[in-house]
Design a protein around this ligand. Structure first.
Ligand code: BTN
Length: 292
């Protein structure tokens, strides 16, 4: 039997009909006053722009950044027509099912420190999720949020950092966060690592805004600590589920494969793998899978 969920229906529609259909689907959509009332931070997320539908929150915030949007600006949407994932992939989520947002930082850090933002955001998401659910969530190098279900690792979220460097320093950085919050199993995207949602993990729907509020509070605190020079690397390493396990890694930009023991990351977030000859190989970007 072929399932006919909102994704298959959407694929059959185009243009204006598609937008009209999506708007009708959004019975649970967010609204600006409610969002403003849950933001309890001092500067992160204080300047919020909400749209029911956008192309990509990252793309929109990058445009706003080029027009001078302040650090801490937040763009949040209920649906993305062309949400972006890492390595040119798409990020798909049915309307109102997820947290889809981007945050603007203007850190003036060394360019090498850019990955600290991904580390901080991953840690903030883990803390926010474990604060509101009993799920044991972890991070998968370099930017996935995962948990184990029926002995299988499933992806529930991803982070996408897009930065601009000037004179060796990180001038501005847009950090996109996508979290599958309330998705049924028939709404999950097909991905290499099986996808899941927080609601599937805990067996009930969660408040997207409550989660957002908690993520912002934690990320603001952690960013300020990192901005004073304290590396998040050690905490991040402890949250990475691949460390201490055998992995198979495919290096970005080449098809080179490394197999061995994931022993940790360096301070800039590159993964260190000890291969079977004992040599330590360093991977700054790529895809990693666990080997049994
Ligand atoms: C990945 O795991 O590949 C990263 C996914 C990042 C998705 C988020 S959703 C909000 C923001 N806007 C985008 O277009 N992408 C990020």
């Amino acid at each position: 039997m072929t399932g006919c969920n909102s994704r298959t229906i959407l694929a059959q529609k185009s243009g204006r009909a598609r937008i009209g259909f999506l708007k009708k689907q959004m019975t649970d959509r967010l609204n600006q006053p409610e969002i403003n009332s849950i933001v309890k931070t001092r500067w992160l997320g204080r300047h919020v722009t909400y749209y029911p539908i956008v192309r990509s929150t990252n793309d929109l915030l990058k445009e706003m950044a080029s027009r001078g949007a302040p650090a801490g600006s937040l763009v949040l949407a209920d649906y993305q027509i062309r949400g972006k994932g890492r390595q040119g992939r798409h990020w798909e989520a049915p309307p109102t099912s997820s947290l889809l947002f981007s945050l603007l930082f203007r850190p003036n850090w060394l360019a090498e420190q850019a990955n600290w933002l991904t580390m901080l955001a991953g840690l903030a998401c883990l803390e926010a999720i474990t604060g509101q659910t009993s799920l044991k969530v972890s991070l998968k190098w370099p930017n996935d949020i995962v948990f184990q279900r029926h002995n299988q690792w499933c992806k529930v979220g991803g982070l996408l950092l897009e930065g601009e460097v000037a004179n060796g320093r990180l001038d501005n950085a847009v950090l996109g966060i996508g979290l599958n919050v309330n998705m049924d199993s028939n709404q999950l995207p097909e991905t290499e690592m099986p996808a899941s949602s927080l609601s599937i993990g805990v067996g009930r729907n969660l408040s997207r805004l409550q989660l957002l509020s908690e993520i912002l509070i934690r990320l603001e605190q952690q960013y300020e600590t990192a901005d004073q020079g304290q590396s998040p690397c050690q905490a991040w390493n402890s949250a990475l589920m691949i460390i201490g396990n055998r992995v198979r890694a495919v290096m970005k930009g080449s098809d080179q494969i490394i197999e061995g023991l994931a022993i940790g990351t360096d301070d800039w977030g590159s993964l260190q793998i000890q291969d079977d000859s004992g040599e330590i190989r360093t991977l700054s970007a790529g895809e990693v899978t666990l080997r049994s």
